[in-house]
Design a protein around this ligand. Sequence first.
Ligand code: NAG
Ligand code: NAG
Ligand code: NAG
Ligand code: NAG
Ligand code: NAG
Ligand code: NAG
Length: 236
Amino acid sequence: MGIFLFYFGILVLITNYFSLTFSTPLFNLATDQHALTVLKNSIVSDPNAILHTNWSIHTPICGWIGVSCATKHQRVTSLNLSSFELRGTIPPHLGNLTFLRVLDISSNSFTGVLPSELSKLRRLEDINVAANNFSGEIPSWLGALSELRHMNLANNGFSGRIPSSLFNISRLRELNAYLNQLDGEIPRNIGKCKELEVLQLKSNSFKGGIPKQIGNLTSLRVLHLQFNHLTGMFSN
Ligand SMILES: *[C@@H]1O[C@H](CO)[C@@H](O)[C@H](O)[C@H]1NC(C)=O
Ligand SMILES: *[C@@H]1O[C@H](CO)[C@@H](O)[C@H](O)[C@H]1NC(C)=O
Ligand SMILES: *[C@@H]1O[C@H](CO)[C@@H](O)[C@H](O)[C@H]1NC(C)=O
Ligand SMILES: *[C@@H]1O[C@H](CO)[C@@H](O)[C@H](O)[C@H]1NC(C)=O
Ligand SMILES: *[C@@H]1O[C@H](CO)[C@@H](O)[C@H](O)[C@H]1NC(C)=O
Ligand SMILES: *[C@@H]1O[C@H](CO)[C@@H](O)[C@H](O)[C@H]1NC(C)=O
């Protein structure tokens, strides 16, 4: 009986330890694995069989090609599938990768829209979806990702106006949205992005004058606005 109670006590301790360390956060490595597995299942074409052979459920996701994890808490911090020649859509589950800092899915053939669940990626610093076939409006929730420094939406089928919320991101250093079908005026609140270094909006259908607030961006190094319908000089 004494021995039994002793082992029972150890069991309770171990159980508590595991539930405290592994189950307390609502989202954990299993959430990340689920999100990536759903992404893998959303790929309809993987001509080099990169995900097909490498993203095996029998190996830990932190060793999967294109996936990096933090050494401390073993959550996915970077997903880089650039130029894998993938075709498919982005599932809402990617929004569960809540420790993600880098999302680079550029130079593939992803279609559809960026799901609004990606607005849960509060730690995102770098998003690159360039050179795909995304359509619809640029989502205004991107402006709520306050850690973003690099945003690349270039060479897609984005249409409509550029949401002024994007210029609420005070740390934004790079915004590339060239080669889309964007129209309307360039938002005047662009002057709020004091750290902007690169602004490439060429080859769209922007109208109106060039906001004079751009002249206040003292870090700006690259400004490409050509091939639009912009008129006149700086305007209010
Ligand atoms: C997947 O790719 C990574 C990086 O190239 C490699 O280290 C790993 O061994 C591969 N895993 C499998 C199961 O092929
Ligand atoms: C993603 O990987 C590509 C190719 O390996 C690399 O050129 C690119 O810089 C990476 N993206 C980011 C955001 O680090
Ligand atoms: C992750 O996200 C999807 C869709 O946004 C949701 O249905 C799912 O329950 C979420 N949670 C986990 C733990 O996978
Ligand atoms: C891009 O998407 C549109 C529909 O949104 C489709 O008509 C077109 O064929 C796609 N282009 C490519 C290259 O996949
Ligand atoms: C931008 O931020 C201000 C406050 O900082 C807020 O009032 C406004 O609604 C935000 N604009 C957008 C378009 O999100
Ligand atoms: C430019 O910056 C100066 C000093 O911060 C400010 O007074 C002025 O209103 C700004 N002009 C524009 C067009 O934002």
